[in-house]
Design a protein around this ligand. Structure first.
Ligand SMILES: *[C@@H]1O[C@H](CO)[C@@H](O)[C@H](O)[C@H]1NC(C)=O
Ligand SMILES: *[C@@H]1O[C@H](CO)[C@@H](O)[C@H](O)[C@H]1NC(C)=O
Ligand SMILES: *[C@@H]1O[C@H](CO)[C@@H](O)[C@H](O)[C@H]1NC(C)=O
Ligand SMILES: [Cu+2]
Length: 355
C-alpha cells in the first residue's frame, strides 16, 4: 500500500515532461518572475523592519541631530497608575543599592554629595533654574541607565495640596514616598525623625551638609501655624500667580526660589532643608515641579523667554550671567552651557509636561 511519500514522487515524474512544451516554458518564466518579486518583497520587508528598529532605538528621546520628535511626558504623581508609581519607587530604591565611585555610599548619595559640593554656587543666582534642570535630567537618565527605569521623572504639583501639603498623596506609605518621621523615636538630623514607613523606611544616607555622617532618612513635618505660614500662605493660588506674573527672569527666579521652592523643604524639614537635600527622594519630584513652573513662565512668551537669562553668574558674584556660562557638575556629568538647557525640546533635553 503506497504511502503519501510515494504518491508525491509519482506527481513529480508525471510533471517533468510537461516542461518541454513552450506553454510550460512561459509558466516557468512567470514562476521565476514571481520568485524574483517575492525575493524583492522580502528584502524590502527586512529593510523596513531594520528602519523601524533603528527608529525605535532612538526613543530615548535625546536625538543626536538636535531634533526632539517624541518628547517624553513628565506627569504629575497622582496621574500615574499604581504600577507606574511602584515602578518609579523601585527604580529610586535601586539607586541606593549601587555603590558610588564618586563618594562614600551609593548612587543615591552621589546626588546629595554633588548638590552640596558644587550645586550651592547656583542658589540665589542666575544658574539656579538651568543647573537644577540639568541635575534632575541626569537623575532621570541614571534611573534609566542604571536601574532599567522606563518611565519619566514625575513631578509633584503641590499647588493642588496648598492648604496642607503634608497630607498630599505623594507621602502615601504604600504607593508614595512614605510620610513623616516616626515621632516616637529620638530626634534625628534637621529636627526630624527616622522615616519608618514606605519604600524608604530605614534608608541610610551618608552625608549631611559638609559632613560624612551616616544616618537614617529624616523628616519632621511642620504643623499648625507654622505649616500655614510657610505652606498655605506661599502656595495658594494668589501667591503662585504673583510668582508667575514676574516680568523678568531674575525677578521670577528669586520669587520662586525664596517662595514656594524653599517653603516645601522648610515644611518637610529633616534631610530636605539642607544642601544635602537630595537625600530625600522627594527632592526630585519637587524640582521637577520647579522646572515645570519655569517652563510655564517661559511659555507665556517662549520666543523671548527661551533666551531670558540674567542675574549674578554665581552665588555672591558681581559678574553678570550669560547664556554661554558653563553649568558645573563636578564629574557627575559633563559640564554644559546654560543655553543647552534653556528649552526642554532641544536634543539634549526632550520632554514636555502633562498638566
Ligand atoms: C569616606 O569614609 C571614610 C571612612 O570610611 C572617611 O574617613 C572619609 O572621610 C569619607 N570620605 C568622604 C569624601 O566622605
Ligand atoms: C494666600 O497667600 C497670600 C500671599 O501670601 C496671603 O496674603 C493670603 O492670606 C493667602 N490666602 C490663604 C487663604 O491662605
Ligand atoms: C555669600 O555672602 C554671604 C553674605 O556676605 C555669606 O554669608 C555667604 O557665606 C556667602 N556665600 C558663599 C557661597 O560665598
Ligand atoms: Cu538645589
Amino acid at each position: 500500500m503506497p504511502s503519501s511519500k510515494y504518491e508525491r514522487e509519482d506527481d513529480q515524474t508525471s510533471a517533468e515532461p510537461l516542461l518541454e512544451t513552450t506553454e510550460t516554458g512561459a509558466q516557468a518564466l512567470s514562476l521565476r518572475k514571481r520568485y524574483v518579486a517575492a525575493t524583492i518583497a522580502a528584502i524590502v520587508f527586512i529593510l523596513v523592519l531594520l528602519f523601524l528598529w533603528a527608529l525605535n532605538g532612538k526613543t530615548d528621546h535625546s536625538n543626536s541631530d538636535g531634533a526632539c520628535r517624541q518628547p517624553a511626558v513628565r506627569r504629575e504623581w497622582r496621574t500615574l497608575s499604581s504600577l507606574e508609581r511602584l515602578e518609579y519607587l523601585r527604580a529610586v530604591k535601586c539607586l541606593s543599592s549601587i555603590p558610588s565611585t564618586v563618594c562614600n555610599g551609593t548612587l543615591h548619595d552621589e546626588f546629595s554629595y554633588i548638590h552640596r559640593m558644587i550645586g550651592d554656587y547656583s542658589h540665589e543666582a542666575a544658574p539656579f533654574l538651568p543647573w537644577h534642570r540639568y541635575f534632575i535630567h541626569i537623575y532621570e537618565k541614571t534611573l534609566k541607565q542604571r536601574c532599567q527605569y522606563e518611565g519619566t521623572l514625575p513631578y509633584w504639583d503641590w499647588t493642588r495640596d496648598w492648604a496642607d501639603v503634608t497630607r498630599a498623596p505623594v507621602w502615601d506609605a504604600t504607593e508614595g514616598l512614605g510620610g513623616n518621621g516616626n515621632v516616637n523615636l529620638p530626634t534625628s538630623v534637621g529636627g526630624g525623625h527616622c522615616v519608618q514607613d514606605g519604600p524608604f523606611a530605614g534608608l541610610q544616607v551618608q552625608y549631611y551638609n559638609e559632613d560624612w555622617n551616616p544616618h537614617c532618612l529624616s523628616r519632621g513635618f511642620l504643623t499648625g501655624e507654622l505649616l500655614d505660614h510657610f505652606g498655605a500662605q506661599r502656595l495658594n493660588t494668589s501667591a503662585m500667580a504673583a510668582v508667575l506674573d514676574q516680568p523678568d527672569y531674575y525677578g521670577f527666579l528669586l520669587k520662586l526660589e525664596d517662595g514656594p521652592h524653599s517653603a516645601i523643604p522648610i515644611i518637610v524639614r529633616g534631610d530636605f532643608y539642607r544642601f544635602t537635600a537630595p537625600n530625600d527622594p522627594i527632592f526630585f519630584l519637587h524640582h521637577a515641579q520647579i522646572d515645570r513652573l519655569w517652563f510655564k513662565w517661559q511659555s507665556k512668551d517662549l520666543e523671548m523667554r527661551a533666551l531670558a537669562y540674567d542675574g549674578p553668574s554665581r552665588h555672591n558674584s558681581s559678574i553678570a550671567a550669560q547664556l554661554t556660562d558653563q553649568l558645573e557638575m563636578a564629574g557627575l556629568a559633563p559640564d554644559i552651557t546654560v543655553s543647552s538647557v534653556m528649552t526642554i525640546n532641544n536634543g539634549l533635553l526632550c520632554y514636555k509636561f502633562q498638566d
